[in-house]
Ligand binder design. Structure first.
Ligand SMILES: C[S@@+](CC[C@H](N)C(=O)[O-])C[C@H]1O[C@@H](n2cnc3c(N)ncnc32)[C@H](O)[C@@H]1O
Length: 201
């Protein structure tokens, strides 16, 4: 069976299993391999609409779950949502007010694509960097972070930036990503905080 069949099949499977998008299986695959979310973790998902990662996360933890997106998210039971730009540096107090400590941050955020490759790659990279800044501001020391990235000329520098803040960093190309896509996920575990305030959380 060709891989394209498998990908179409994952869409059908997602609809049948009640997920809002086939992207759900990317997080399932990451969780199966790296166990980034534990059952009492508080989790923030960045770029969360329409909400299939939130559905997966809700099933993995009894902790609090918050999804943030520029677009509204149709409510999911037991999930808080915010319509906001996560690159806004004033967002972290609001996130702490809703969740208290944050153990895990996931980001599947992506910009609207223009079709112009180098422009789109630069915007994707900027979103990854914004997600990393958010994680550094909000994550509890020892916490985990997953971020979508795209392999291109600046990828290694971004990967190194992530390595500077976490003790263990891996990458994964998801089986569910579209054929020919340069999409890759960075899985970073064990956040090392350099911020005195975060150490006391
Ligand atoms: C591929 S979709 C995420 C799919 C989601 N993981 C799911 O499973 O349903 C990417 C999302 O990133 C969001 N996004 C892009 N830039 C953002 C930003 N600066 N702040 C918040 N959300 C953003 C987009 O609005 C879009 O909904």
């Amino acid at each position: 069976m060709g891989s394209q069949w498998t990908k179409d099949n994952s869409y059908v499977r997602a609809m049948r299993e009640g997920y809002r998008s086939r992207a759900a299986y990317k997080l399932v695959e990451i969780q199966d391999r790296y166990h980034i979310i534990r059952e009492s973790d508080n989790v923030v998902d960045l770029g969360a609409a329409p909400g299939s990662w939130l559905q997966v996360i809700r099933g993995l933890t009894r902790g609090k779950v918050l999804g943030i997106d520029l677009s509204p998210i149709v409510p999911i039971e037991g999930v808080e949502t915010l319509v906001a730009d996560f690159s806004d540096p004033t967002l972290s107090p609001q996130v702490h007010a809703l969740l208290g400590i944050v153990n895990v941050i996931t980001s599947d955020a992506a910009p609207k694509l223009s079709g112009q490759k180098s422009y789109d790659q630069a915007r994707s990279l900027a979103l990854g960097e914004a997600a990393l800044s958010f994680a550094c501001a909000v994550l509890k020391p020892g916490g985990n972070f997953v971020v979508k990235a795209f392999q291109g000329e600046d990828f290694s520098a971004f990967l190194q930036e992530v390595r500077n803040h976490f003790l263990s960093v891996r990458t994964l190309r998801s089986r569910t990503s579209r054929k020919g896509s340069s999409e890759i996920y960075i899985i970073a575990r064990n956040f090392v905080s350099t911020n005195e305030a975060e150490r006391s959380l």
